[in-house]
Ligand binder design. Structure first.
Ligand SMILES: Cc1ncc(COP(=O)(O)O)c(C=O)c1O
Length: 295
């Protein structure tokens, strides 16, 4: 039997089969919505305040005035995980432009639709790929850029992700890597990207969502005394790297064993990747940066 789950929507918890939004919601009609994803592991939410702060930046940038303030979102996120009795969970919180009476409407002054949805913890890849690494293809489509939509908007508009992913799957790859408008490496699939060359860790400095996991891996590199640099990275740098991996809230580090036909390193997860990922999961289990859900 499928366990009943509860979703927070506009002030109420509803059973998932009753948590609906209107077809006149601008989030549905126009993809006009921002979101964030935080996760809990062993009953502890990681870096909740950092995720909410990033979400607030997106809310301000898109001019959404929510009824929930920072503490309100915080409490509702914790309550949603509790309601669903999930120890390991991925929690998506979303604010849409909300309901409009007309199909073409003035986007100012709408009342946002506010949603918090907790699901069992999601990994970006299955166990085999987490053990052995994924094969990624550099997409012909370019990522968003500050002159269109700054990648720091964490918005639900993911059409370009879907188009690129289909191309990658058709070509026999697992997913894509994005280049920015200048042809430099930007991001992995719903993730940030890192490479290791001669024991130094590199990640793109600009044109990326400022991933909370990215920030955590940079901090862990400092703790491990691994040199690290945020700078422009080209596809050549990736092809000739010793190790490549992506980072996201959905699983920490994911090793990349091939990029567009080039085998990375020896074709399996590298030592620095494994070390930093182990440190990441130790950090998660330690409770540092943690918000316990069930106390
Ligand atoms: C476009 C994009 N980049 C990077 C990330 C990784 O961010 P985080 O580490 O905060 O999960 C995500 C996560 O959803 C994303 O959608």
């Amino acid at each position: 039997m499928v366990k009943e789950s509860f979703i927070y929507i506009n002030g109420e918890f509803k059973a998932s089969n009753e948590a609906n939004i209107s077809i006149l919601d601008q989030g549905f009609l126009l993809g006009d919505a921002v979101f964030d994803v935080v996760s809990s592991w062993q009953g502890v939410i990681f870096k909740l305040d950092q995720h909410i702060a990033r979400f607030e930046d997106s809310l301000r940038a898109v001019r959404l005035n929510c009824s929930l303030n920072r503490d309100g979102w915080r409490q509702v996120i914790i309550d949603t995980v509790r309601q669903n009795n999930l120890r390991d969970s991925s929690i998506r919180f979303i604010a849409t432009r909300g309901l409009s009476q007309e199909i073409i409407a003035d986007p100012r002054n709408n009342k946002p639709t506010e949603i918090v949805w907790a699901a069992p913890y999601i990994f970006l890849a299955d166990q085999e790929k987490r053990n052995n690494g994924v094969r990624l293809m550099i997409s012909a489509l370019r990522g968003f850029s500050p002159d269109t939509l700054d990648p720091r908007y964490k918005c639900v508009d993911r059409m370009h992700f879907q188009l690129a992913k289909m191309e990658a799957l058709d070509a026999g790859y697992d997913d894509v890597i994005w280049l920015d408008q200048n042809g430099y490496i930007a991001e992995g699939p719903a993730s940030n990207i890192f490479l290791v060359k001669n024991q130094v860790l590199f990640t793109p400095s600009d044109g990326v969502l400022k991933g909370i996991t990215r920030e955590t891996f940079l901090e862990l590199a400092d703790r491990a005394k691994i040199q690290r640099r945020e700078c422009q990275i080209s596809s050549f740098d990736l092809y000739s790297a010793d190790e490549v991996f992506t980072t996201s809230t959905a699983g920490g580090a994911l090793a990349v064993r091939e990029v567009s036909g080039r085998i990375i390193g020896n074709g399996s997860p590298g030592e620095v990747t494994k070390k930093l990922d182990d440190m990441y999961w130790d950090l998660r289990r330690s409770g540092e940066y943690g918000t316990p859900v069930f106390t």
